[in-house]
Each structure stands twice: as structure tokens, then as C-alpha cells.
Design a protein around this ligand. Structure first.
Ligand code: IPM
Ligand code: MG
Length: 361
């Protein structure tokens, strides 16, 4: 029987619409091949939502997302909106949808593709074989803790405040996701914190440590975040799965992404306890190349594969998409961000066509 999924598309800003167009074409073909019917609807987020409604996350967008099986987001932001007050910034829309859909677990894989190994800024022998999954807590920590704001002190001087806070239950639920993922991968989990200085991190470390007894097969280690940053660039192959809080995860996942040299290739998944999950590329909206057919659509396409695997429990079509991406790289097609001598330079659309050709063959 045909499976049906309702998918909300959030093209957002910059290169978002172009890379999402390619991805929808890929999903349509995959749907035919696997007897899946995707019902797509589009909604506004980020700068384009600000322009249309004054709000980076209109209520209607949240409603449409909540009523769907999965959300596929492209990218948000651009110079045009950078100087608006915080509640009207595109980033506020992104944080709002994470919180609004309760997407507390953010999965950011950093996998070196052999075809692109020379794109890394690190030595080949350091990065060859790197396959890391960063599990970042996404709806708590200093991003959301109260109090926050800029307040006047008694002397009239301004004081900016954010609060890094985690409850036990917030730590436990992200810990569980991370242990489960580590179990399905290399059975190694490294928890990253700053327990030598921060109380919130000590609680984090204690809870994660106490969970380890439930996962006897998973080898648990702990690193302070400064050391983790160093180890990531010194010897990244020591890592399998990393679990960490919101801010540390933001920073370390960028560093991990850069190990691959091709941040334009990396997908991500944001999950809650229930559907819908949200799936988006790690890269941003690249306003400097928007609308010029230069963007690399592959991270968005791989985000659709993550959507199938983690959001819809459809691992087979997910794998087919991932294989198609490897195939077009094997055929030598490269967008500008991953171009190297001897390869065939293509734009966003042609990369999409090459993918469709592989999928149809
Ligand atoms: C990310 C981004 C966001 C974050 C910004 C755009 C709000 O850097 O997804 O990593 O800090 O979480
Ligand atoms: Mg970031």
C-alpha cells in the first residue's frame, strides 16, 4: 500500500529556495520508486516571513508544521535583516520553531567522504575515515535559560545576562538519545561539558554518568569543552558520538563540520519525542550567491535522507538517496564550494539533474 506523508517545506532565505527545489524533485522520484506519496505544503520562516508578515515565525507556520509528519527546512537569514531588533531577526524564527516543536535533540553528522578528502584543511591522514555524530541539546541551556536580557544596574550601567541552566529531565532525555545513537554506531559516547567551572555542567556530568549503567556496551568518556575543541582538530578519529549542551554543541558541530572541508555537504536532524522532526542542512543561507545557480544542494538532499531515516522510519529510500549523492561525486560533478582540479564544475540545477539521472538509472 502507498505510504503517505505530509511534509512541510520551509524554503526560507538566500539559497534556500534553490536547494529545496532540487530536493523536492529527488523526493518525488524516490516516492514513485518506493510507493510513497509525499504531500508537500510550503510555509514562511526567517527573513522572507519578516518581509511578508513582520514576524520571522508566523503562528500559521507553526500550525502547519505541527500538523505534518516532517519539516524540511532550507536556510534562513541575510544581511537585509541583520540589524532588526532581536524579536524580528530570522534567527529568532529558527529558535522559535525548535522550541515550538520541542526539538530537543539535534543530530549533526560529520562524515568525511573519500571523494572530498582533499577539501579538508587538515592533513589527509588526520581526517581519513572520520565519522562523528554530534548530538547537541537544542531547546535548553544558555540559549533559552532565564533570566536573559539587557538590564540597567543601579548605577545606570547596562548589564547583559544569559543563563545556562539544565534540569535533570532535560539532561536525561538528551542523554538517552545520545546513548541510543552511540549504540547503533561505534558504541562510544563522549560527553562534553565544563564541569571544572560550571555547576550546570557538574549536574550534566553526574546525570550522564549515572545513565551509563543502562548502556553497558557503550564506552562513556567525558571531556571539558576546551579540550574537546583541541582534540577534534588534533585527533578527530578518537570520536564516535559526542553529546553536549546547546552552546558547546553549536561551536563543536561547526568545528566537526569543517574537518570534512565541505560544510556544504552536511545535513542535520532535530528531533523531539514525537513527530514532526525538522531536517535542515548545517550550512546557512549564503546570501552572496543566492539566485545565481551556484549553491550546492547536496546537504539539503542529504537532509531529506535524514528525514526519511530518522523522521519517517524509511531507511531504504534514505540509503538510496545517500548512494545517489556518492554516485554523482564519483562521476566528478562538483559545485563551486567543493570544486577541485580535474572535476566537472556544475551549478545547483545541473547537480540536481545529475542526481535524478542516477536515481532513474
Ligand atoms: C546553528 C546556528 C544557529 C544556532 C543560529 C543561526 C541561531 O548557528 O544552527 O548552529 O546558534 O543554533
Ligand atoms: Mg551554529
Amino acid at each position: 500500500m502507498t505510504r503517505q506523508y505530509s511534509i512541510t517545506l520551509l524554503p526560507g532565505d538566500g539559497i534556500g529556495p534553490e536547494i529545496l527545489t532540487v530536493t523536492v524533485d529527488v523526493l518525488k522520484i524516490i516516492g514513485q520508486q518506493f510507493d510513497i506519496k509525499f504531500n508537500f505544503q510550503e510555509a514562511l520562516i526567517g527573513g522572507s516571513a519578516i518581509d511578508a508578515t513582520g514576524n520571522p515565525l508566523p503562528e500559521e507556520t507553526l500550525t502547519v508544521c505541527r500538523n505534518s509528519d516532517a519539516v524540511l527546512l532550507a536556510a534562513i537569514g541575510g544581511y537585509k535583516w541583520d540589524n532588526l531588533p532581536r524579536h524580528q531577526r530570522p534567527e529568532t524564527g529558527l529558535l522559535g520553531i525548535r522550541a515550538g516543536l520541542n526539538l530537543f535533540a539535534n543530530l549533526r553528522p560529520a562524515t568525511i567522504l573519500p571523494q572530498l578528502i582533499d577539501a579538508s584543511s587538515l592533513k589527509k591522514e588526520v581526517v581519513e575515515g572520520v565519522d562523528i555524530m554530534v548530538v547537541r541539546e537544542l531547546t535548553g541551556g544558555v540559549y533559552f535559560g532565564q533570566p536573559k536580557g539587557v538590564f540597567a544596574t543601579e548605577t545606570g550601567e547596562k548589564r547583559g545576562v544569559n543563563t545556562m541552566a539544565y534540569t535533570e529531565s532535560e539532561i536525561d532525555r538528551i542523554g538517552k538519545v545520545a546513548f541510543e545513537i552511540a549504540k547503533k554506531r561505534g558504541n562510544k559516547l563522549c560527553s562534553v561539558d565544563k564541569a571544572n567551572v560550571l555547576d550546570v555542567s557538574q549536574l550534566w556530568r553526574d546525570r550522564i554518568t549515572s545513565m551509563a549503567t543502562e548502556y553497558p556496551d557503550v564506552e562513556l568518556s567525558h571531556l571539558y569543552v576546551d579540550n574537546a575543541a583541541m582534540q577534534l582538530v588534533r585527533a578527530p578519529k578518537q570520536f564516535d558520538t559526542i553529546v553536549t549542551g546547546n552552546l558547546f554543541g553549536d561551536i563543536l558541530s561547526d568545528a566537526a563540520a569543517m574537518l570534512t572541508g565541505s560544510i556544504g555537504m552536511l545535513p542535520s536532524a532535530s528531533l523531539g519525542l514525537e513527530k514532526p522532526g525538522l531536517f535542515e542542512p548545517v550550512h546557512g543561507s549564503a546570501p552572496d550567491i543566492a539566485g545565481q545557480d551556484k549553491a550546492n544542494p547536496l546537504a539539503q538532499v542529504l537532509s531529506a535522507a535524514m528525514m526519511l531515516r530518522y523522521g519517517l522510519d524509511e531507511p531504504e529510500p534514505a540509503q538510496k538517496i545517500e548512494q545517489a549523492v556518492l554516485a554523482v561525486l564519483d562521476q566528478g560533478y562538483r559545485t563551486g564550494d567543493i570544486m577541485s582540479p580535474g572535476m566537472t564544475a556544475v551549478g545547483c540545477q545541473s547537480m540536481g539533474e545529475a542526481l535524478l539521472k542516477v536515481l532513474e538509472s
